[in-house]
Design a protein around this ligand. Structure first.
Ligand code: HEC
Ligand code: HEC
Length: 453
């Protein structure tokens, strides 16, 4: 297989000149697509034949269902014994964000339940140092909705919403959806009493390699942990253990910025969401209280997902194009409002990557306290219960088209862009209040802008 550097060099040969935002012709991490269909997040950059084959291999591991071991017919065995879904694609349909509820009101698999118990931060404890949290002793770090033949699944969840009515300053009404979850059919007995259940919805897979190409210092520059400039907004980096490098690195991915690299997150997802053991997360996804799980038949190799397959999936995700901005007539006006309200303090509009390209993710990749109403109670590495990474907003106007539904915020509770803003609290309370004071015309312009970035 070709080395990554060669891949990038080949990539640059093909795409050089295609992107007007590229100042360096050496390596491009940001190639744009104008596709606005439901396949907008699944467009790949142009590659040589050999690299295209490798990309397709990665895509196949991402999208073709895995089966339980042992299987005579396929090299894709090793699913589970406990798992949430049998393909990556199940939760990241068309590479888009997850949806919270299915049409029949049942919870969708793409909304996972992270489980943890309280702990005191102690870096001498290797479990805390590596995971950043302490999993529930019987069920582990995530509730598995499925099990292989002889292994009981862990449980199910039911979801309901209370509607909360509110008013903008001009008296127009809005509705917020407060979620409620109930764990049902727990197959391994009660959970520890003080367990915390944090619902996290699948994220859209956009511009992952561009995010990786931002220099760490560029992100840290915006940190203001003690709010020295007194603007009410702090911004804190999450420092996380990355088994890929065996070091602590800046977290850039997931709702709580708990993953440092795309490869780490691919390996983590394979292990936790699909039960695929791999060199970065070895062993089966069973706790020592789950005997059937521990005894279940294993795949034939040392790992269900060896490193070359993790690399192929990572390559597939890193060769996707970024959706180009779609500027309507109110774009400029909406942008002015976005800046004036101070949204841009967290949703930072642009970064220059190490490759010299200007990208527009609308995120600072830092953690912010979003208030108690959004809290998920989950602490991971340096991220506290109320803290979340500012999610990038690029492509947000295409989410509904790509996923079939719009479910914003970490648990997918917000059904419109306006609702997502209206839930902002904590450090972003002022911006929420300012949003409510806008005229209808200005609110619409802001939202039109957001849908175009
Ligand atoms: C059961 C549903 C589910 C499956 C299956 C799944 N994911 Fe995810 N994915 C999620 C959720 C939920 C998140 C957000 C995690 C969090 O913040 O706690 C996520 C986040 C990610 C991210 C981070 C994106 C970002 O912008 O930060 C990547 C990359 C990713 N998944 C890749 C994969 C790959 C590759 C696979 C298959 C090996 C996979 N996922 C399988 C649910 C899933
Ligand atoms: C203090 C930092 C901060 C400020 C200021 C801020 N946001 Fe956010 N924003 C966040 C964080 C963190 C989240 C994720 C919260 C969660 O998932 O619970 C978020 C989520 C969002 C989302 C949903 C994204 C998704 O993928 O689900 C939208 C839309 C959004 N913000 C728009 C805005 C707008 C518009 C403003 C200004 C009115 C604003 N934000 C101000 C930090 C901020």
């Amino acid at each position: 297989m070709l080395k990554k550097s060669l891949h990038i060099a080949l990539l640059a040969l093909v795409v050089s000149g295609c992107s007007s935002q590229t100042s360096s012709q050496e390596q491009s991490v940001a190639v744009y697509t104008k596709d606005q269909s439901k396949h907008a997040f699944a467009q790949a950059v142009k590659l040589s034949h050999e690299d295209e084959d490798y990309r397709i291999l990665g895509r196949s591991f991402f999208s073709i269902p895995w089966v339980e071991a042992p299987s005579a017919t396929t090299a894709r065995d090793g699913l589970g014994p406990l798992f949430s879904a049998n393909t990556c694609k199940h939760c990241h349909t068309n590479n888009g964000a997850g949806v919270a509820q299915k049409e029949n009101g049942e919870i969708d698999r793409s909304l996972v339940m992270r489980l943890s118990i309280p702990f005191t931060k102690n870096l001498n404890n290797s479990l805390i140092m590596r995971n950043g949290f302490v999993p529930e002793p019987t069920y582990g770090g995530q509730l598995s909705f499925n099990g292989t033949s002889d292994v009981k699944y862990e449980g199910s969840v039911s979801i309901s919403y209370t509607q909360i009515e509110g008013k903008y300053a001009d008296n127009e009404l809005f509705t917020l959806h407060q979620p409620h979850y109930k764990l049902t059919s727990l197959q391994y007995g009660d959970m520890q009493k003080d367990v915390n259940v944090a619902p996290h919805i699948a994220l859209a897979l956009i511009g992952l390699n561009a995010i990786e190409a931002i220099d760490t210092q560029e992100i840290l520059k915006n940190e203001d942990i003690t709010d020295t400039n007194k603007d009410g907004i702090s911004g804190k980096a999450n420092w996380v253990f990355n088994p890929e490098t065996n070091t602590t690195q800046l977290g850039r991915y997931t709702w709580k910025a708990a993953a440092a690299s795309v490869k780490q997150q691919v390996a983590n997802a394979a292990h936790n969401d699909m039960g695929l053991s791999n060199p970065l997360y070895p062993g089966d996804n069973c706790t020592d209280k789950q005997e059937e799980c521990l005894k279940a038949p294993k795949g034939r190799g040392e790992f269900d997902l060896p490193m070359d397959r993790i690399d192929a999936i990572t390559y597939y995700l890193e060769t996707l194009k970024i959706p180009a901005q779609r500027k309507g007539s109110n774009f400029e006006k909406g942008q002015e409002i976005f800046n004036a309200l101070g949204c841009v303090k967290c949703h930072i509009s642009s970064f220059i990557t190490k490759t010299g390209e200007t990208i527009h993710p609308y995120s600072d990749f830092l953690l912010h306290d979003m208030g108690t109403q959004l809290s998920d109670g989950h602490t991971i590495f340096l991220a506290e219960a109320n803290e979340f990474r500012t999610p990038p907003l690029w492509g947000i106007g295409l989410y509904e088209k790509v996923s079939g539904k719009l479910n914003l915020l970490h648990d997918g509770r917000a059904k419109t862009v306006a609702e997502a803003i209206l839930w902002h609290g904590g450090e972003a309370k002022t911006q929420n209040e300012a949003f409510k004071q806008l005229t209808k015309q200005d609110r619409d312009a802001l939202i039109e802008f957001l849908k175009g970035i």
